[in-house]
Design a protein around this ligand. Structure first.
Ligand SMILES: Nc1ncnc2c1ncn2[C@@H]1O[C@H](COP(=O)(O)OP(=O)(O)O)[C@@H](O)[C@H]1O
Ligand SMILES: [Mg+2]
Length: 213
């Protein structure tokens, strides 16, 4: 048994895992399809908006969540004020969310938001992307949809550097054991980013590279 007790967030419809939403959808499958379609639209919008001046800063990250899901959720783009866990993993305590986010995005700014990675070996870029993705996984700042927005954010940095969106391959499958979740657990529980680095390195492909056959 966990020695921690967590406040349950009250965004879900009673007795379900369906977040209350602005469209009053109570069907999990339909809501999932709408979330997926909003995410696909977001990829198109944010890729089209990428520009040399784009700063991958905290405001940008929050805006990804807000603009992607504001039609559905009141808490889109809003940091949680409750502690949260998944399985045995305790994410960043709510009271430390703001300073932790400042630290992470301060480090990213000090690396010029990884905007110079076009000139780097892919292995170095994968290592830095995995570091920041791992930090954001452990931060888990939103009440829901952290995984998708964290991967969108990472994909946009990859695309700004001439790569395609990261191909997570089968690591995101619901198959057991799920490689991406195991990599996330390593980040959150052991500050071990190595499994995630390997997944990201395998999934980073130059956008102009001809497909391997
Ligand atoms: N047991 C776990 N330990 C650590 N991190 C986890 C665990 N389960 C899931 N995660 C992380 O949380 C993310 C899911 O968070 P969530 O807010 O539900 O986002 P989404 O709804 O987009 O999947 C996963 O992508 C993974 O990175
Ligand atoms: Mg979720």
């Amino acid at each position: 048994m966990s020695k921690y007790r967590f406040e349950a967030s009250d965004i879900y419809l009673p007795g379900t895992e369906i977040p209350a939403n602005r469209l009053d959808i109570q069907d999990a499958e339909l809501l999932g399809e709408i979330e997926e379609s909003l995410l696909q639209q977001a990829y198109q919008v944010f890729v089209a908006e990428l520009a040399p001046a784009t700063r991958f800063d905290e405001a940008y990250f929050r805006e990804l969540h807000r603009r992607t899901f504001a039609t559905l959720y009141d808490w889109a783009g809003v940091y949680r004020t409750v502690d949260m866990a998944k399985g045995d993993s305790l994410f960043c305590r709510a009271v430390f969310l703001e300073p932790e986010a400042k630290r992470i995005f301060g480090e990213l700014e000090a690396e010029n938001y990884l905007k110079d990675a076009r000139a780097w070996p892919t292995a170095r870029f994968a290592e830095r992307l995995a570091y920041y993705q791992g930090e954001l996984i452990a931060l888990h700042p939103f009440l829901e949809l952290n995984g998708r927005i964290t991967r969108l954010f990472t994909d946009l940095i990859a695309m700004a550097n001439g790569y395609g969106p990261i191909d997570y391959g089968r690591s995101l499958d619901d198959s057991v054991p799920n490689a991406y979740i195991r990599a996330s657990i390593a980040c959150v529980q052991r500050a071990d980013v190595e499994p995630l680095r390997q997944i990201i390195l395998a999934g980073l492909v130059k956008a102009d590279a001809s497909p391997e056959r």
